[in-house]
Structure formats: structure tokens, C-alpha cells
Design a protein around this ligand. Sequence first.
Ligand SMILES: [Zn+2]
Length: 184
Amino acid sequence: MKITGPLVEMLARNKLFAQKYQSPPPLMEMIKGMRASGAGVVVLSCSDPRLNPYQVLGIDPTLKATMIRNAGGRAFDAIRTMAVLQTIGAPGTIVVMHHTDCGMTHFHDSAIKTALLEIAPEAKASIETAKFGEITGSIEDSVREDIALIRASPLIKKTTQIVGLKYDIHSGVLTQVDENKSEL
Ligand SMILES: [Zn+2]
């Protein structure tokens, strides 16, 4: 298949990237240190192209974080990845970062289901029973809900530090979400 669109330019840029690329340490070497120190940080955030978690958190070669991204930064379809990462790098910290003006606050499950039913009417039964991660209340509440879900998972170590953050996409400001306070 002939590639068209912005990916053409992206692939051209990769050629330049690869020319200056410095190979990282082998995985098995890197995780030895991570496992011993518990210094690993996993960041769950949204797929939104306006949100660049590397920039938001100042990630550079002196800081490392493992990224999980999905629509809304929702925990229910990130638990598998978190569980796997835990067996590899034993991260001491999991961050749940949701953001203002998120697509999941604008497109709720009912609208997503309607759109998907048009694409795949034959999958009606599975579409109608699926959860798509809508955010109907505040960002703080969706962060709290996801922290609770991660804490409730038997696959996540109870000693893991789990931190909720709200990212204001207009100001760039990150605010810690108080896990125990509810606005309800
Ligand atoms: Zn989003």
C-alpha cells in the first residue's frame, strides 16, 4: 500500500532521527536497577495529541517514565499493561493523569456506540454492552474513580504509590487530585 498523508513526512524525519540516534542500555540491564530501587514511574494519560506527557513532566534523559495512553487515560483498559509492567520493572509509582477539555467529556458512550454501530452493525451485541470510558462528571472524579479501580486490582501491588493528577490543557498546570475528597 502506498503511504499518503503526514506519515510520509514523519517517515522522512525518522531517517534524520536515526542518523543521530544513541542506543539505550539493554532492557535486562536497565530493569535490574529499576527493580532494586522501585524508581520506575508509570504514567497513564490520554491519547489526545495536544497532551505531550514527556513535555508536561519534563522527561529528559535524566528522568524516565513508562507511558500508557488511551482514550481518556482510563484505567479499565490499562490494567493489563500495568500488571505486565509490574512484573518487568516493578514500578514504585503509578500516575493517573486526566485532562480538561478531554474528548471523553465531549463524546459519551452513547454517541460512540451510535457511531460504531454504523461502522459495524454486525457487532451490535458487543458494542452495546461495552464501556468506552466516557467522563460524565468532573475530571477530579474520573481520576478518583480510576485510582480506586487500580487500587482494587489484585494484580497491582498494594505498596505502589498511586497519584492522581489533573492537567489543565489551557494553562499547562498540573494539580494533584485529592483521592479522598469527593465533589458529590
Ligand atoms: Zn483526552
